[in-house]
Design a protein. Structure first.
Ligand code: FMN
Length: 315
């Protein structure tokens, strides 16, 4: 039973993944938020993302992810990844953001089996030629769950290593319940190793899913891990991490992430504070609500760090 850390653009960046792995762990693989082409080139930010992933090979188990709608785009991004010696590529067919989905990227590609087929063929061709393997992260559909069922005809025969299924529709965004019936039907007919993804926030949630579907290769968790970074470890060890130890570990992760952004971010204190505020958005070490508010309101690093210290002191 593997546990994968889901990619969340803006939250699970390299600094966070590295610090989480160092101070808590319990994760089999960290998925990197998608990289993409814009105007025919990788974004500068994404060049850094892939260079860093290549540098961290062997230190941090992680998987780069691409998002693309055309075969030309996909071929170019795959080359960026394989030329850096990264050996596995995940294809995003789940992103619901309209700006991308309207261009047939992410979940926007799901209603178009012909486009999915062309994209996967291209990525598999290029990746395999360079010695890399390929997996897919997808939703149950854009408009209706029948879309993912129809895609199984294409997906099943292809040499994918695995599929990660988030059983929501693209048009739902992140709202509403996961559709467990859609997941059950997909699981029943999917011939690839499968991971479940969506709304797992406690060790009991993970157990519920893995008992219901014993054939699963594992689960992928995003927001649940950001809220409780020890969740995977707690599941595998069968016991909750004591509160004091958890706060201490969160403190260490925070110190590393802060140090990295402090060294890198240009644009002064307010930029740094803004960037760090995202660290706390999902994270709720049960504690001082006043300190939480102070973190959100801080505009200087002094005020920010004072609030963080109060929160982590275990109020
Ligand atoms: C802010 C945000 C950014 C995300 N970025 C990505 C991404 O880059 N790639 C991806 O495949 N999924 C992305 N996701 C989806 C998550 O990986 C995950 O599938 C989703 O949050 C459901 O899992 P969870 O309930 O465990 O968080 C993002 C989700 C959110 C809320």
């Amino acid at each position: 039973m593997e546990i994968l850390f889901a990619p969340l653009q803006g939250y699970t960046e390299a600094a966070y993944r590295t610090a989480h792995h160092r101070h808590i762990g319990g994760i089999d693989n960290y998925y990197i938020p998608f990289v993409r082409l814009e105007h025919g080139k990788l974004l500068r930010r994404d060049v850094r993302v892939l260079d860093r992933a290549a540098a961290d090979r062997g230190v941090l188990p992680q998987t780069p992810q691409i998002i693309a709608s055309t075969t030309a785009e996909a071929a170019a991004v795959v080359l960026e990844i394989t030329s850096r010696g990264l050996g596995h590529i995940n294809i995003n067919m789940g992103c619901p953001f309209p700006l991308l989905a309207n261009k047939g990227k992410g979940a926007g590609i799901l209603p178009h089996p012909d486009k999915v087929h062309a994209l996967l063929d291209e990525v598999l061709d290029r990746a395999t030629g360079a010695g890399a393997t390929v997996s897919v992260k997808m939703r149950s559909g854009w408009e209706k769950m029948q879309e993912s069922m129809a895609l199984l005809e294409i997906l099943n025969p292809l040499p994918l290593t695995h599929i990660i299924m988030h059983p929501r529709l693209g048009r739902q965004g992140y709202k509403g319940e996961c559709d467990m019936e859609a997941f059950a039907r997909f699981e029943n007919e999917c011939e690839h190793p499968l991971y479940y993804n969506g709304d797992l926030t406690t060790a009991a949630d993970i157990t519920r899913i893995t008992s219901a579907w014993p054939r699963l290769r594992g689960v992928m968790i995003g927001r649940g891990l950001l809220a409780d970074p020890a969740l995977a470890l707690e599941y595998s060890q069968g016991a909750p991490m004591p509160r004091v130890a958890r706060l201490a570990a969160i403190g260490k992760i925070h110190t590393d992430v802060y140090a990295e952004y402090e060294a890198r971010i240009e644009g002064g204190q307010s930029q740094l504070v803004k960037k760090m505020q995202a660290f706390w958005e999902y994270l709720l070490p049960e504690g001082d609500r006043k300190a939480h508010k102070a973190i959100r309101k801080a505009t200087t690093t002094d005020a920010y760090l004072r609030a963080v210290n109060t929160l982590l002191a275990g109020a």
